[in-house]
Design a protein around this ligand. Structure first.
Ligand code: TRP
Ligand code: ZN
Length: 885
């Protein structure tokens, strides 16, 4: 907890470090009531910073300093200065060693940053600034050092002792203790340091690299989870091969380890050679993990593995450059997931997520650029903008340069900067140099926050056979008050003729027509593109594949959207046409609800979805995606003032109407797929995900009919299915149904079956937290008393409180403000022991400007109550103060 007012840090103030650390030698003595950390740092004056010898200011927090030696001389109190956050010493030569010993308390560390204990094991989380809670250090990513680490602990409770790099020695010690020494020869910043000590089992495998080197692969878990590692291991090997084939990147060390821990603030962490994962991002098998969980494990394993090059071998100069590694690595893991599964479905899911959540962030009080230029607490900047929008920005470079040009650029980037800590500008420069390209205007994507709007209008000249599209771009103001200059917006597009066929595209001034789909770059505030030889009025298909993270508008009629849904050659745009049609129809229903009129669903949406449902040639996962109406959170995001009740009523009405009108088609597809599920053993692969996705969305519609045969089918699926995908869907469908007795029984059976599996219990909590039936808050409060619930475990907080406040909008936004009060109370409680989790749970309250004035007042009052609640962590302080500014 801070003692001073947290202060803002600015990118413009960046200065290279005064001193460098060449070697770091650590010894950890782990005990039950404290731990000792001895650090020997081999240091020198940074030659870039001139000749003098300024004071050496080391970062350190919550450390008890026991001794400090500079150049082999023990220092006395008079020789150094100590504050809450720094240790200052005074070197007398340009090269020297610094030795410190500190005492720390991992056993009471509830913030889960630095060295802490989780389910009896010791583990670390150092990104972004956690290493300073382990020892005094230059805790900044541009200080890179080799590390040797010795871990000493009691043998019986901690038989496994791990750190980064290769194991070089180990042996028994005194009093039932033992030790192991690890050496990491690759220079790295402290945020990539890791240590683990515990009673763990491991699953082992090997990987043969492109140069025929053998790498040992190990996944460490608690003994009872040893049967849930195979999917992660398979994913790891696929990732390693994919990175060789797609980016030419080979793994470097002789061993790669993953450790699963139960208490973890985020998904996973890419520590060099020793990735530490939230157990939810490792463990997966058919009986206990859904299809979505299997896909998440595959994606996160890949993401952390890919960081070995995009993040570790080439790292960030400072934390403002976070998207350098995160945006690029998300782009890389998305490409991997697209290749392993259905590329179109992956794109649809990514875009739906970006539009719902990143667009909301970009329009709210915490809006920031992909490369922010100031922050108070860096942990608050592991955001959708840095990750997901950052990935979109890299994706646009890929679109502009083409796959080959992009690969040339990434090769040059990795070669030029291997072993360095660099900036987003360095990344762009490599892309430019490898391609002879000029990305100077494009770079505005890194410095300008906010989601650009792109309004498109058309004009057709039948006599001249020309067709013009005019693009007008603008970008809303954001709290940083940065002036918005035009972006470079790559728009992939095509023109459809009356039969739905693509027209070969030729712009004015071009010699000949080319392909039927192409990318044009909108670079000005207003710009017109004219196509020639257009024999009839065409229908444009715009922003194919979502080629830029913008809000595009074109005045499509509902009939035109239905035409695109059927005929567009771009699968993503077929889905998006359906979404736009649904949005128009839902907004009409919202208007009817607000006007107190009876709701009437446009028959065209029913017809369009009936066509999709009966098309046997379509990928079933696509059918499932097309049947999914835009979510309430997305409808909120696109509203000027979100009417919580009208949005919920309209969407539920539409779902019920669709369920009634499409009952036959849904029932046929449900039964066919359910039969296949019964006959087929569980396989975690795209076509199986697709079949189950359609089966399960069909069931969720069918249950809205309340028919006894659907209830019977749901109960049968719940009782007899052996995979979690089918079981959990059946449970969720029951939980949202009016069948109280069946619901209660299913919940009890499920909890009894899985009471020993915390990750499955998380699902059980989430399903109930998400139920939009009345009385949501009371249900959540009752569940907080359940023995399996604890606020100390971030997964539990996310499963219950996160799901309630983030997904159960109708209950969370109850007009009496009870949901807001509940969340504020929890944030105040969490702030005291886990600031990162507290700050993240706050996000729904920061969106107060979206709501009616009564709700705005209630939400603001809760933010003010948090602000006045006492000593705030810098994490919560920053979000609350920016939200109220
Ligand atoms: N670098 C991690 C990633 O791959 C993110 C991360 C893990 C993190 N743990 C964290 C960020 C704790 C901040 C705090 O995305
Ligand atoms: Zn990452």
């Amino acid at each position: 907890m801070r003692t001073e007012q947290p202060k803002m840090i600015y990118l413009k103030d960046y200065q290279a470090p005064d001193y460098l650390i060449d070697e770091t030698h650590l010894t950890f003595e782990l005990f039950e009531d404290h731990s000792l950390v001895h650090a020997q740092l081999v240091m020198r004056r940074n030659p870039e910073r001139g000749a003098g010898l300024p004071p050496l200011v080391l970062d350190g927090q919550q450390l008890e300093l026991l001794s400090v030696n500079l150049a082999d001389q023990e220092l006395t109190d008079a020789d150094y200065q100590l504050s809450d956050s720094h240790l200052t010493v005074h070197p007398t030569s340009a090269t020297f060693t610094l030795d410190t010993t500190v005492k720390i308390h991992p056993e009471t560390n509830t913030a889960l940053e630095g060295l802490y204990k989780s389910s009896g094991m010791f583990c670390t989380q150092c990104e972004a600034e956690g290493f300073r809670k382990i020892t005094y250090y230059l805790d900044r990513p541009d200080v890179m050092s080799t590390f040797t680490t010795t871990v000493i602990a009691e043998q019986h409770s901690y038989p496994v002792l791990l750190s980064n790099g290769n194991p070089i020695a180990s042996g028994p010690g005194e009093d039932g203790r033992h030790w192991a020494t690890w050496e990491d020869p690759f220079k790295k910043p402290a945020y990539l340091f890791a240590l683990v000590a515990g009673d763990l089992w491991c699953v082992e495998d090997t990987f043969t690299t492109m140069t025929e080197r053998t790498v040992a692969l190990r996944i460490y878990v608690e003994p009872e989870n040893i049967d849930k590692c195979q999917h992660a291991m398979t994913s790891l090997k696929k990732s390693m091969r994919w990175d060789e084939e797609t980016y030419g990147r080979e793994y470097d060390l002789d061993i790669f380890m993953i450790v699963a821990v139960n208490d973890f603030n985020m998904g996973a962490m890419e520590n060099k050679g020793l990735n530490i994962f939230n157990s939810s991002a490792v463990l997966a098998r058919a009986e206990t993990a859904t299809d979505a969980a299997h896909q998440r494990v595959e994606a996160i394993v890949a993401h952390e593995y890919f960081h070995n090059w995009s993040g570790n071998r080439v790292t960030c100069r400072d934390w403002f450059q976070l998207s350098l590694k995160e945006g690029f690595t998300v782009f890389r893991d998305s490409g991997f997931s697209a290749d392993m599964n259905s590329a179109t479905v992956k794109r649809i899911q990514d875009v739906a997520y970006l539009r719902t959540h990143q667009f909301a962030e970009d329009a709210g009080p915490m809006a920031h650029a992909v490369r922010p230029d100031s922050f108070i607490e860096i942990s608050n900047f592991y955001t959708l903008t840095v990750y997901e929008k950052g990935s979109e920005v890299v994706g646009m470079i890929h679109t502009l340069l083409g796959a080959e040009g992009f690969r040339k650029g990434s090769d040059l980037y990795f070669e030029r900067h291997d072993g360095q800590a660099v900036t987003c500008d360095d990344f762009i420069k490599a892309m430019e140099d490898a391609n002879g390209a000029d990305l100077s205007q494009f770079k505005r994507w890194y410095s300008q926050a906010g989601t650009p709007r792109l309004a498109v209008s058309e004009s057709y000249d039948a006599a001249a056979k020309t067709y013009s599209l005019t693009f007008r771009q603008s970008c809303p103001d954001t709290p940083d008050k940065v002036e918005k200059l035009p972006f470079v917006i790559p728009v992939e597009l095509g023109l459809l003729d009356g039969k739905g066929a693509g027209i070969a595209l030729r712009l004015v001034g071009e010699a000949a027509a080319g392909a039927t789909s192409r990318v044009i770059s909108v670079t000005e505030a207003e710009q017109t593109f004219t196509f020639v030889d257009i024999a009839e009025q065409p229908l444009p298909s715009l922003l194919r594949g979502f080629s830029a993270p913008v809000k595009l508008s074109f005045p499509y009629s509902r009939d035109q959207l239905m035409f695109l849904m059927q005929h567009d050659s771009d699968g993503f745009n077929r889905w998006d046409a359906g979404q736009q049609l649904s949005v128009q129809v839902l907004q009409e229903l919202i208007g009817q609800h607000q006007a107190g009129q009876p709701l009437k669903l446009d028959q065209r949406l029913i017809d369009a979805l009936r066509t999709v449902l009966s098309d046997e040639r379509l990928d079933q996962a696509m059918v499932a995606e097309m049947l999914s109406l835009p979510g309430e959170a997305y409808l909120t995001e696109i509203s000027d003032v979100a009417d919580v009740d009208a949005i919920h009523a309209a969407r539920e009405f539409a779902r019920k109407q669709l369920a009634d009108h499409l009952f036959e088609g849904l029932w046929l597809r449900y039964q066919a797929n359910r039969e296949l599920s019964k006959q087929t053993p569980y396989v975690a692969a795209a076509e199986h995900f697709a079949r189950r996705a359609l089966q399960n969305i069909a069931l969720s519609y069918l249950m809205l009919s309340g028919k006894p045969e659907v209830l019977a089918a749901t109960l049968d699926q719940f009782d007899t299915s052996e995979n979690m995908t089918e079981r959990l869907t059946a449970l969720a469908v029951l939980v949202n149904s009016p069948f109280e007795a069946e619901k209660a029984k299913a919940l009890a059976v499920f909890a009894e079956n899985f009471k020993d599996n915390p990750l499955v219990m998380d699902q059980w909590f989430s399903v109930q937290a998400g139920s939009t039936l009345p009385g949501g808050l009371a249900r959540v409060q009752a569940l907080m008393e359940h023995p399996a619930f604890t606020l100390k475990n971030p997964n539990k907080v996310r499963a219950l409180i996160g799901a309630f406040a983030g997904q159960n909008l109708i209950n969370f936004h109850a007009a009496d403000g009870s949901g807001y009060r509940f969340l504020a109370d929890l944030v105040i409680e969490l702030n005291a022991f886990n600031p990162q989790i507290a700050s993240r749970q706050l996000a729904p309250l920061t969106r107060w400007r979206k709501y009616d004035s009564a709700r705005q007042a209630l939400m603001k009052a809760e933010l003010e109550r948090i602000r006045a609640s006492g000593e705030l962590s810098s994490d919560v302080f920053e979000v609350v103060s920016k939200s109220l500014a």
